[in-house]
Structures are given as structure tokens and as C-alpha cells.
Design a protein around this ligand. Structure first.
Ligand SMILES: Nc1ncnc2c1ncn2[C@@H]1O[C@H](COP(=O)(O)OP(=O)(O)O)[C@@H](O)[C@H]1O
Ligand SMILES: [Mg+2]
Length: 263
């Protein structure tokens, strides 16, 4: 079953000011007529070089930005037709994890506040129940309760990413867009985070859109792979099919550049 149905999704950005101060002409078709289904329970890897439109697609799918045209359905509901109230309810089910957890965690908030913020906004619960939920989330991402009163700058990149993941999980979402979640981390730390994501998927029945410029990381985690090139989706298929019999020349170049062992 498709949890997310993306149809003819297009996002055009005006070019605006150029680097040289002159008013640049034209526009960027960051995402260009993309249609794609994301199946319940799968990890769909979205791979492509920097600037190919992966993050823009990820944001469009969560309606963090509005498309130029096209549609997105989540559990059959038209996301772009949803009003404020319905969107607010839908947001609980759809979360995002960013590449740079430092940039996305408020430096003035301690870990308890960071993880409980979505609960404060979306759920009426007593302090005690909320605290218990935060402890449960910490455990799920492999962090010790002693971190609760500490601040983001006190943590390593991998630990910060765990905090970001705990926060993303707070409302028990069904669907998570992970946008280059390990790209800023050392390989060994990144591998731990990838394994954590896989474990959490099993535990909570999550569906992932896992974005990465790295084919080795994507092929390790993904059940299917979608390949983007200059805003367009050039190939979609099972991980095995994509890595063993890539059809598109760009996919072939990605696969050929991939060392055998990754994570
Ligand atoms: N807010 C924006 N305004 C203008 N151009 C943008 C904006 N966001 C992304 N782009 C452009 O859209 C294209 C795709 O960017 P992005 O989705 O970030 O690619 P990726 O995540 O694959 O690196 C790039 O050319 C980028 O410069
Ligand atoms: Mg990106």
C-alpha cells in the first residue's frame, strides 16, 4: 500500500540575485514533474548529486514548502488541499530529521525541553506523563537519562543526531523524511545512526524517505531506491535491481563509483 503518493510534483524557484550582484534571469526547476509512491513500512532511498533537488522534494512531500504544481497524498488525503487544522493533525504523522542536528536544535533549550516541545505543542498531558515519555524516547535512541539537563553544544554530532531523532519520534509519526542524516558524521558514527534508524523502523513500524548523496549508505538501508538527476526522477526500483542492473546512465555512474563495502 502507498503511504505517500507524489504526482507530477514540480517546484520552480526564481533565480533572484546572482552571485555577481546583477539581477539574474530565469528560474531553477529544482523538482521537475516527479511522480513517486512511498510504500508503508519501506525505506525509500532518494539518491542524487548535490543540487539535484532531493531536499526540495523532501520538503514538498511534508508540505514544508508549497509546490509550483502537482499533488501529494498522504494516506489518500490530498495534502495540498488540507486546511490549517487538518495540516496540523497530519504533521503529527510526518516528521523530518536533518543533516545538521546542531543547526536544527535550539541551543538555548536543554535536551528535556527539546524532546518534549512537540508534546507540549500537540498533546495535552501531565508533566509526569510527559517526562516519562521523554525518558522512553531517550531509551529508544540509546541515550542516558543523565543527558536531560544538558544543552546541544555539550554533545558530539552523533549524540545530537540521536536527540534530533528522539524529538522526531515524540509524536509517534508514521513517516519520516531523513535528509542526509549521516552526511555530516564520521563514517563509524554515521553507521551507528543508520543502524539506529533501521532498529527504530522495526520497533515503531516507520516508513522512511531516506535522502543521501551517497549510494553506499542508501544501498545499505533502502529497500527501494529512487535516483534524481537535475530535478528529475531518472530511475526507481528495488535496491538490488538498481545496484545490479542500473538502466539509466546516471544511475550506472553512481553505482560504478560505489565501493563494495560502505557502512
Ligand atoms: N529556497 C530556494 N531558493 C532558490 N533556489 C533553491 C532553493 N532551495 C533550493 N534551490 C535550488 O534548487 C536546486 C535543488 O536544490 P536541493 O533540493 O537543495 O538539492 P539537493 O538536496 O539534492 O542538494 C538547486 O539548484 C538549489 O540551488
Ligand atoms: Mg539536500
Amino acid at each position: 500500500m502507498s503511504l505517500v503518493e507524489i504526482r507530477n510534483l514540480t517546484k520552480v524557484f526564481p533565480l533572484g540575485e546572482s552571485m555577481f550582484g546583477a539581477r539574474a534571469q530565469g528560474e531553477v526547476r529544482a523538482v521537475d514533474d516527479v511522480s513517486l509512491d512511498i510504500h508503508a513500512g519501506e525505506t525509500l532511498g532518494l539518491v542524487g548529486e548535490s543540487g539535484s533537488g532531493k531536499s526540495t522534494l523532501g520538503r514538498l512531500v511534508l508540505r514544508l514548502i508549497e509546490p509550483t504544481s502537482g499533488s501529494v497524498r498522504f494516506e489518500g488525503r490530498d495534502l495540498l488541499a488540507a486546511g490549517h487544522g487538518e495540516m496540523r493533525r497530519l504533521r503529527r504523522d510526518m516528521q523530518i530529521i536533518f543533516q545538521d542536528p546542531f543547526g536544527s536544535l535550539d541551543p538555548r533549550m536543554n535536551v528535556e525541553d527539546i524532546i518534549s516541545e512537540p508534546l507540549v505543542i500537540h498533546e495535552a498531558m501531565s508533566l509526569a506523563v510527559r517526562h516519562a515519555r521523554v525518558l522512553e524516547l531517550l531509551g529508544a535512541v540509546g541515550l542516558d537519562p543523565s543527558v536531560l539537563l544538558r544543552f546541544p553544544h555539550e554533545f558530539s554530532g552523533g549524540q545530537r543526531q540521536r536527540i534530533g531523532i528522539a524529538r522526531a519520534l515524540a509524536l509517534r509519526p508514521k513517516f519520516i523524511v531523513a535528509d542526509e542524516p549521516v552526511s555530516a558524521l564520521d563514517v563509524s558514527v554515521g553507521a551507528q545512526i543508520v543502524n539506529l534508524l533501521a532498529q527504530l523502523q522495526r520497533e515503531f513500524g516507520l516508513t522512511y524517505l531516506f535522502i543521501s548523496h551517497s549510494m553506499p549508505v542508501v544501498r545499505y538501508l533502502a529497500t527501494r531506491i529512487a535516483v534524481m538527476y537535475r530535478g528529475r526522477l531518472v530511475e526507481v526500483g528495488d535496491t538490488r535491481q538498481i545496484t545490479e542492473q542500473p538502466q539509466h546512465p546516471y544511475t550506472r555512474s553512481l553505482v560504478e563509483a560505489t565501493p563494495e563495502i560502505a557502512v
